[in-house]
Design a protein around this ligand. Structure first.
Ligand SMILES: Nc1nc(O)c(N)c(N[C@@H]2O[C@H](COP(=O)(O)O)[C@@H](O)[C@H]2O)n1
Length: 144
């Protein structure tokens, strides 16, 4: 049995772990359609761009809006982004179905197999930080 779970593409067995997966949750008085909506919107808290991301349809739209640098993102984003990601993941995995799925991964290494992102995923050379995978494993440990 493989000791590593790679997730990223829609047809991956554990696609639910992806921030793009369609599992909504409540947090900070809002309903978030996906983790990606929450994460990207938090870059622009207190602006109309936050509302635009909150209300947009797809995680892809949320990410595209979140990468728009015509609108300034909060200055301390690099310092707070990990704790924002962790807070969102904790809320997402309150869903009993998702919590069971996460716990069912037991002690396996969770890896966001993103070919683009060397910070949250493992990036093009497979050596990225995989911070999303590590935070998911933290939430898994907390859920036991
Ligand atoms: N382009 C893309 N497609 C997916 O299906 C993804 N899961 C991701 N990764 C997510 O992108 C977010 C990082 O965004 P920033 O570059 O920090 O703005 C993060 O939620 C990754 O999990 N990307």
């Amino acid at each position: 049995m493989a000791k590593i779970i790679f997730f990223f593409d829609r047809d991956d067995q554990y696609y639910e772990l992806s921030n793009f997966a369609g599992f909504g949750f409540e947090l900070d008085g809002h309903h978030w359609r996906t983790m990606e909506h929450y994460f990207q919107a938090k870059k622009f808290e207190g602006t109309s761009h936050f509302e635009k991301i909150l209300n947009c349809g797809s995680p892809k739209q949320a990410k595209d809006l979140g990468q728009n640098r015509d609108i300034p993102i909060r200055r301390d984003w690099d310092e707070v982004k990990e704790s924002i990601m962790l807070t969102g993941l904790r809320a997402k995995f309150q869903n009993p179905e998702l919590k069971q799925l996460l716990l069912g991964t037991a002690k396996k290494l969770l890896v966001e197999n993103s070919p683009y992102d060397s910070y949250w995923g493992i990036g093009p050379n497979g050596k990225g930080k995989n911070r999303l995978g590590h935070l998911l494993m933290q939430v898994r440990d907390e859920s036991r």
